[in-house]
Design a protein around this ligand. Sequence first.
Ligand code: NAP
Length: 305
Amino acid sequence: MPDILFAAPALWPEYETVLAEALAEAGIDARLVTEATAPGEIDYIVYAPSAPLQDFTPFTRAKAVLSLWAGVERIVGNPTLTQALCRMVDPAMSEGMVEWVVGHTLRHHLGMDRQIVNPGHVWDPTCPPLARERPVTVLGMGALGAACAAALRALNFPVTGWSRSEKPGCLQGEAGLAQALSTASILVTLLPKTPETEGLLNADRLALMPRGAVILNPGRGALIDDDALLAALDRGHIGHATLDVFRVEPLPQGHPFWTHPRVTVTPHVAADTRPASAARVIAENIRRGEAGEPFLHLVDRKRGY
Ligand code: NAP
């Protein structure tokens, strides 16, 4: 019977029932604990970045650390972590991200703000172009980026993707990035935060985008150079930025993003981990661990995601 440490105490009330149910569904008879009185006896650790647990050294028997978060930048470099690290790929999280990205894409594509906030009651019959005439670029075509790209393509948006590895409809490398940015009427950033992606959208790369382009960032705040973005927004080169994630969260009061007329702030709500479906992902990985099968969603520690 495996011992599972649920190391995110603040989340326990949401997971206590659904995790027990998911383990039972997966045929796992496990002991679930929220405190490791005997760390050397723990087989799996369920983890969230808010967890007080930072030293994994005493967990000598643990086969895996199972993250409840998709982004693992706060744990991937932990030198005490020698166990396998699996990140969260949750179908309900993908659904949430698709809804946020499609919703904000349509807001900008249709120019909805002009009608929603129209204090002068201006009758402006300008029609937006069709989606087929509005190129969208998605940086990061992993679990979330690919789901968003598929949903946008289903609405007829021509979508260009950019990823590290080759995949259909996806560009790679610096030249591919330049091409993907230069055609992006709307840019969606769904890259993980790694040393390679930090500050990726700097002044030079923002300058490659067409004038008036819109940026949607539900990936990580660190992907964008804030000062360069503010300067590009001030010039009108970037028409609008809808930002869900920030270098410091909550976004500090007084940060210029709060009041900039071309910025929309959403408070890291694009895609939450949903306990019921996430518990099934955790349970499936524990089933695999117990059956000696490879874990799903293993993080490549060298790449950092
Ligand atoms: P994922 O499946 O690991 O996908 C990451 C994508 O980024 C992959 O396509 C990967 O390329 C690409 N990539 C990584 N480094 C790259 C580089 N240096 N150059 C080019 N492409 C690179 O991750 P995911 O599940 O889609 O999640 C993406 C991110 O979304 C997470 O890391 C997290 O930061 C963020 N997120 C935000 C929220 C929210 O509520 N705002 C919720 C969940 C996740 P390959 O395909 O070639 O590996």
